[in-house]
Design a protein around this ligand. Structure first.
Ligand SMILES: Nc1ncnc2c1ncn2[C@@H]1O[C@H](COP(=O)(O)OP(=O)(O)OP(=O)(O)O)[C@@H](O)[C@H]1O
Length: 265
């Protein structure tokens, strides 16, 4: 494996974002750790007429370490804004964010994720800024590609990959850099069904095989909840419910049927 780009490029699109504040809650005798905590988050966009348009209205969320959670809600309810605040890409108007460990934000468009010509070079890209031996780089790349099910693609040209495979390469890049928190913004939007399943299984496997990795996945697709440990449902800039994935799914389905009944009556 050659990594000619390791020393020549210092930034990648999928950059790890560092902010480490441990969050531990004691419940009875058991300590429960949260990888992601947002408390009383508010956020407004300012229009050209300098009017504040509220997007998040007092959102609080907690995601336990080592789990795969999803964030759902109608278009425009504020899911991506909340994710970007957790990533540190936007600053909340008020409220606090604690993310326990290095984090990485993966964007929706697969073509914005990969920057180098081959899969192994791309996954190794972010490691250029860390002082690692060639063997350590090779080992990290190999483990990360294994976690996302792309071990056989190491030498492939990224141009020959499907959208979902590119997303998986981006996730492998984050894992290779030892990111502990993956923030994933509607990755399956542009993908066909089999590619969607490939990406979601890659995230599930990354969490299952690395207990210290936590993932938060924004989606519109209720069927994806079957892969999640827990979920958060938002409406109109507020968290309406958070809990186990099956309960959230039932809650959203009930809400959708009530809405359909209402417009049919
Ligand atoms: N740069 C911006 N300037 C002004 N308003 C914005 C900006 N970005 C987002 N918004 C508005 O903020 C609200 C929330 O947007 P956001 O993208 O967070 O919602 P979302 O739930 O992720 O939506 P979707 O599911 O459609 O992607 C929307 O009303 C959107 O129009």
């Amino acid at each position: 494996m050659n990594f000619p780009y390791l020393t020549s490029i210092s930034e990648r699109v999928v950059a790890p974002l560092y902010a480490t504040v441990p969050a531990t809650i004691i419940r009875g005798n058991k300590a429960e750790s949260f990888a992601i905590e947002g408390r009383n988050l508010r956020f407004s966009f300012t229009t050209r007429q300098t009017q504040d348009v509220p997007v998040l209205r007092d959102c609080s969320i907690r995601i336990p370490c080592g789990q795969f959670w999803m964030l759902l809600g109608p278009n425009g309810c504020g899911k991506s804004t909340l994710l970007k605040i957790l990533a540190g890409l936007l600053t909340p108007t008020s409220g606090t964010v604690n993310v326990n460990g290095p984090k990485s934000f993966v964007f929706q468009n697969p073509d914005h994720q990969v920057v180098l010509p081959t899969v192994d070079a791309d996954v190794a890209f972010g490691l250029g800024k860390i002082d690692l031996t060639h063997d350590e780089v090779r080992s990290r790349v190999s483990r990360a590609l294994h976690a996302v099910g792309l071990s056989d693609y190491m030498k492939r040209s990224v141009q020959t990959l499907s959208g979902g495979q590119k997303q998986r390469v981006a996730i492998a890049g984050a894992l290779a850099e030892a990111c502990k928190v993956l923030l994933l913004d509607e990755l399956t939007t542009f993908l066909d069904e089999s590619d969607q399943v490939g990406v979601i299984k890659a995230v599930r496997n990354s969490v299952d095989t690395s207990p210290e990795v936590t993932a938060l996945w924004v989606t519109h697709r209720l069927e994806e909840l079957e892969y999640a440990d827990g979920a958060i449902y938002m409406e109109d800039g507020k968290v309406v419910m958070q809990g186990d994935a099956a309960s959230i799914r039932s809650f959203i389905e009930a809400r959708q049927s009530a809405y359909i009944n209402q417009i049919n009556s």
